[in-house]
Design a protein around this ligand. Structure first.
Ligand SMILES: Nc1nc2c(ncn2[C@@H]2O[C@H](COP(=O)(O)OP(=O)(O)O)[C@@H](O)[C@H]2O)c(=O)[nH]1
Ligand SMILES: [Mg+2]
Length: 366
C-alpha cells in the first residue's frame, strides 16, 4: 500500500466500457479533476466511502486497450501502472469491462494481472446483456482468470451496492494474486532478468514493460533509459514484434475462456423473417428460388391459365350456339352473337391471365 495510507483505487478498462459512468455513480459529487504533476490528460479523482467505513480515493484512468500503447492517453496509463512511485499508482484496480464485448475487453486485464496489481472485474452493461439474452458464467471466469468478477450496470445501477461490498472486502484484505497470465518466451525471460538485476523492479512484467518502452516512459532518467536500451540490444529483443506476439498469445489464451463463459443466443434473436432471409438471400439458393418463382409465374400465366381460358371460350361458344338455335336469323341475333358475345369473349378470355399476374404481384409485394 502507498505511504499516504488512504486507499487508492483506480478504474481501468477499454474506452467506452463505462468507467466514467461507474465513477460518477461511486463518487457522486465528491469528485474533481485530479492534479497529477506532469500529466496533461485530465484524470478524474473522487472519494468513496464504503459501507464498512473504509475511505478511498477513486481515480478514473483514461480508456486503454493495452499497456503497449499507441496513443498518448494510453501511454499515460502505462506509465502510471508500470511505476509504483507514481502518485496515481493504485493499491487496487477495478477493471470495467463491457460484458457484451468481453472478447475484446480482456487484453488489458490480463496485462494488469501480470503487473501484480490486485484487480477485480466489474462486468458492466449487464442490462444490455440481459436484453440480448447473453448469459455469463462469472464463476468460470473467476476460476480461469483468477480474479473476482461482479456483474453490474452503470445504467440501471444494478449490483452497485454489491460491487461496493465486494470491493471493500477485496481492497482491505490481502488478496491472493493469480500467477502470470502470459508466459515469457526465452528472450523475454533474459531481458526481464537483466532489468531486475539492474533496477529495483520486483515484478517481471513491469521489467518487461520498461524494456519495451524505455524510449518514452517519462519517469526514467537518461541513464536508466540508456541501460534499458543496452539490455534490449544485447539480448536482441525485437521489441515491436514481441509486443505483437505477446498480444496475440494473450488473445489465444482468453478467447476460449470467454467463449465457454459467455452464452450468446445469437447476434440477434432470430425472427421468422431472419430465417426466411437466410434461405432467400443465400448465394446459391437465392437465385435458384428467384428463377423458380419466375418460372412458376410464367407457367401460371401461359400454361395453367389455358384451362380457365378454354372454359370461358367454351361457355361463350355454347351460348352462341344456343342463341343461334333459339333466335331467328336476323340483325338482332347477329348483334348478340357476333357483337356482344364475341366482344365479351374476346375480353373475358384474358381475365384469368391478368388475374394470375396481378395476384402473384400483389402477393410478392406483401
Ligand atoms: N446500456 C448500458 N450503457 C452503459 C452502461 N454504462 C455506461 N453505459 C454507456 O456507455 C457509454 C460509455 O460510457 P462511459 O462511462 O463514458 O465509458 P468510458 O469511456 O469507459 O468512461 C455511455 O454512453 C454510457 O451511457 C451500462 O451499464 N449499460
Ligand atoms: Mg471516460
Amino acid at each position: 500500500m502507498n505511504n499516504s495510507k488512504v486507499l487508492r483505487i483506480a478504474l481501468a478498462g477499454n474506452p467506452n466500457s463505462g468507467k466514467s459512468t461507474v465513477f460518477n455513480l461511486l463518487t457522486g459529487l465528491r469528485q474533481k479533476t485530479g492534479n497529477f504533476p506532469g500529466v496533461t490528460v485530465d484524470i478524474k479523482e473522487g472519494k468513496i466511502r464504503f459501507p464498512g467505513g473504509t475511505e478511498a480515493r477513486l481515480i478514473d484512468l483514461p480508456g486503454t486497450y493495452s499497456l503497449h500503447p499507441n496513443a498518448s492517453d494510453e501511454q499515460l496509463v502505462t506509465s502510471i501502472l508500470s511505476n509504483p512511485t507514481d502518485p496515481a499508482f493504485p493499491d487496487v484496480i477495478v477493471y470495467v469491462a463491457d460484458v457484451t464485448h468481453l472478447e475484446k475487453h480482456l487484453l488489458l486485464l490480463t496485462q494488469i494481472i501480470d503487473l501484480g496489481i490486485p484487480v477485480m472485474v466489474a462486468l458492466n452493461m449487464s442490462d444490455t446483456a440481459a436484453q440480448m439474452g447473453i448469459r455469463v458464467n462469472t464463476q468460470l471466469l473467476e476460476q480461469k482468470i483468477g480474479v473476482p468478477f461482479v456483474n453490474i450496470s452503470g445504467r440501471t445501477g444494478e449490483n452497485l451496492p454489491q460491487l461496493l461490498l465486494d470491493l471493500e472486502r477485496f481492497a482491505t484484505s490481502k488478496p491472493t494474486l493469480p500467477g502470470p497470465f502470459y508466459p515469457f518466451g526465452e528472450t523475454e525471460k533474459q531481458v526481464v532478468e537483466a532489468v531486475i538485476q539492474n533496477f529495483k523492479v520486483n515484478n517481471p512484467y513491469r521489467a518487461l514493460l520498461w524494456a519495451h518502452h524505455a524510449d518514452w516512459l517519462p519517469f526514467l532518467t537518461a541513464e536508466e533509459r540508456a541501460t534499458l536500451r543496452t539490455i534490449v540490444h544485447t539480448k536482441s529483443l525485437q521489441s515491436l514484434r514481441t509486443q505483437v506476439d505477446e498480444t496475440l498469445d494473450r488473445y489465444d489464451r482468453f478467447t476460449p475462456i470467454v467463449q465457454t463463459a459467455i452464452q450468446q443466443p445469437r447476434a440477434f434473436p432470430e425472427t421468422n423473417t431472419d430465417r426466411i432471409d437466410t434461405v432467400l438471400t443465400h448465394r446459391l439458393w437465392g437465385p435458384l428460388i428467384f428463377f423458380s418463382i419466375m418460372l412458376l409465374v410464367f407457367q401460371a400465366i401461359y400454361d395453367w391459365s389455358t384451362w380457365p381460358m378454354d372454359m370461358i371460350e367454351t361457355v361463350f361458344s355454347d351460348l352462341n350456339d344456343w342463341i343461334g338455335k333459339a333466335l331467328p336469323d336476323n340483325w338482332f341475333r347477329s348483334l348478340l352473337t357476333d357483337g356482344v358475345l364475341a366482344g365479351l369473349a374476346g375480353i373475358l378470355v384474358f381475365v384469368p391471365q391478368i388475374a394470375i399476374l396481378f395476384s402473384s404481384s400483389v402477393y410478392w409485394k406483401k
